[in-house]
Design a protein around this ligand. Structure first.
Ligand code: ACO
Length: 445
């Protein structure tokens, strides 16, 4: 644990203003304080609302609800800003590397050279899996989805690391964090190896984080395998872009799971499950399947028509975002990376890229997408890169999970350290049957 950069507690400030609500039924007034952070909209503090008025708020999907205060990531979706700990994503993607970003996200500051070296060593010394964990894989079908394997294996890690599981001990939390960040690539690579029937490759701790993952995935014991540095850098950059995204569905899942003081391995397994859905992390796999289904540029209008059709549940995967109502800043970087990777691999005229670029061009001009501010998101181009690197589509969301583990664990740490944290327990607006007597079975119609 780095004492200099211990987890800071988020501290919202009172603006001194209040919002006054008048209950027309009773004539009672309640004054709700307004809090501010360092950036972004102020919030109305409704923690005393129920006690003082007897009302709950109603906000399915949390579109107007701040669930916590946080110091980690800031997004301004209207103008396309994403910052980790105050640093703009494009600058980080260009100048930094994934483990440095992991340190930044976890501890709040960029590391000194000595801190960076120590952190890298701390992570890389935990890359191996306990040999008994490896036997778990044999219990899965060969065609198991890697995300199913990851949910199971990550959840099972808690059965192996009782030694440092005191969640109220900061050092124990950091050891669990290091273990998760370190082992996630090994777990994902082994999920792939198991599917293709190749031997598991042990981690090589002298390699970089993304480089080691590519090695564990694509090397075999039969021949020397040299990781292409352009691909390692591109993957490292994708990991940076996916490392955190404030209170998205999977991160909120991790926070809620952790709010009951569940152990971190169980909480991250819950995050993986949430990420898997096609409306969230599973979109990268869904995008590639969609582009493959479209196949050629001339079929794009047919799919745009379906996306616009209210009676058709079809959506253009890789388009739209709950927060970004402008171009996703990560999507721009991924698009550049996509060209670099295809050039490096000598892939000319990749039909999927052609379909993607034309789809983007048409959608950005189409009234339906313009009106709803639907822009390509981070996952619109990432799948093309992963495919070019040799990953099957089923691995795409697993790659996302590797990177997002950093954000999940940082939020989990921040929440546990926050003295205002309570068990996550939303309320509801009950619309079911009111009180009614039990009817014996012989009297039911
Ligand atoms: N294709 C077509 N129409 C869309 C799309 C899309 N991809 N996304 C949103 N819309 C439409 C909706 O039908 C709705 O139209 P309406 O107002 O006429 O009813 C309007 O845009 C608003 O959509 P909502 O679903 O209310 O927006 P929400 O913020 O809840 O959803 C989401 C965001 C889930 C990302 C959505 O845009 C979507 O499903 N996109 C496709 C899946 C995807 O790419 N997910 C990845 C997100 S990024 C990530 O998790 C890493």
């Amino acid at each position: 644990m780095d004492a200099k950069h211990a987890t800071a507690i988020p501290t919202p400030n009172s603006t001194g203003e209040v919002v006054t609500l008048v209950d027309k039924r009773t004539g009672n007034e309640v004054q709700l304080p307004v809090l501010s952070g360092t950036s972004g909209p102020d919030v109305i503090d409704i923690r005393k609302l129920y006690a003082e008025t007897g009302y709950f708020t109603f906000d399915p999907g949390y579109t107007s609800t701040g669930s916590c205060a946080s110091n980690i990531t800031y997004i301004d979706g209207d103008v396309g800003i994403l910052r980790y700990r105050g640093y703009a994503i494009d600058e980080l993607a260009e100048k930094s590397d994934f483990l440095e970003i992991a340190y930044l996200i976890l501890y709040g500051e960029l590391p000194s050279a000595a801190e960076k070296e120590k952190f890298e060593q701390d992570i890389m010394q935990h890359t191996m899996l306990n040999q008994q964990i490896i036997t778990f894989y044999n219990g899965f079908r060969r065609d198991a989805h890697p995300m199913a394997v990851m949910c199971g294996v990550v959840g099972a890690l808690s059965a192996f690391y009782h030694d440092h599981l005191d969640i109220f001990d900061e050092t124990d939390r950091m050891i669990a964090s290091d273990r998760l960040i370190a082992k996630m690539p090994t777990i994902a690579a082994y999920a792939y190896k198991y599917t293709v029937g190749q031997p598991f490759m042990y981690p090589k701790n002298g390699l970089g984080y993304a480089e080691n993952f590519l090695h564990m995935t694509f090397a075999t014991p039969c021949e020397d395998y040299k990781v292409n540095p352009v691909l390692a850098r591109a993957l490292d950059r994708l990991f940076i872009l996916h490392a955190d995204h404030e209170q998205n569905a999977s991160t909120s899942t991790v926070r809620i799971a952790g709010s009951s003081h569940a152990n971190p391995f169980a909480c991250i397994a819950a995050g993986i499950a949430s990420l898997w859905g096609p409306a969230h992390g599973g979109a990268n796999e869904a995008v590639l399947n969609m582009l493959t289904e479209i196949g050629t540029k001339d079929r794009i209008p047919e799919f745009i028509k379906r996306a616009r059709d209210k009676d058709d549940p079809f959506r253009l995967f890789g388009f739209g975002h709950r927060v970004y109502k402008n171009y996703d800043p990560r999507a721009k970087i991924v698009q550049e990376s996509c060209h670099e990777v295809l050039n490096e691999l000598g892939i000319k005229d990749e039909p999927l890229l052609e379909v993607a670029m034309e789809l983007e061009r048409i959608a950005l001009e189409d009234e339906y997408f313009v009106e709803r501010k639907l822009y390509p998101n981070v996952d619109f181009y990432s799948g093309i890169i992963y495919k070019a690197m040799g990953f099957p589509t089923s691995m795409f969301t697993a790659l996302f999970a590797i990177a997002r583990t950093v954000g999940w664990i940082a939020h989990w740490n921040e929440m546990i350290a926050d003295p205002v944290q309570k068990i996550g327990r939303p309320r509801q607006l009950f619309t079911g049957a009111a009180d009614r007597p039990f009817v014996p079975i012989e009297k039911r119609g």
